[in-house]
Design a protein around this ligand. Structure first.
Ligand SMILES: [Zn+2]
Length: 88
């Protein structure tokens, strides 16, 4: 099945937690190979997990999450919506 970015975002936490089945994981990896947006989302999600995996507390810059969400919202708008949904 060909995943679009929205599918990949749904799978990212499972991907990082290693809870995806092998086929889904392979599909996600295939998508990540050619998609800069999802690679960036994966990297930042992984970094956040690393930061929060130990007990240290990090102060994020003021407005960080607003900027992140604005960036993600913008990225979503740029993704064509006519890609096939999970039909295969
Ligand atoms: Zn993508």
């Amino acid at each position: 099945m060909v995943l679009n970015c929205r599918h990949v975002w749904d799978y990212i936490s499972g991907y990082l937690d290693n809870t995806l089945d092998a086929q889904t994981r392979a599909d996600v990896e295939k998508h990540l190979e050619h998609c800069e947006i999802c690679s960036a989302v994966l990297d930042s999600t992984r970094n956040i997990l690393i930061l929060t995996a130990d007990d240290r507390v990090f102060e994020l810059p003021v407005g960080y999450s607003e900027r992140l969400h604005a960036r993600l919202a913008q990225a979503m708008l740029e993704i064509p919506l006519d890609e096939p949904e999970s039909s295969a």
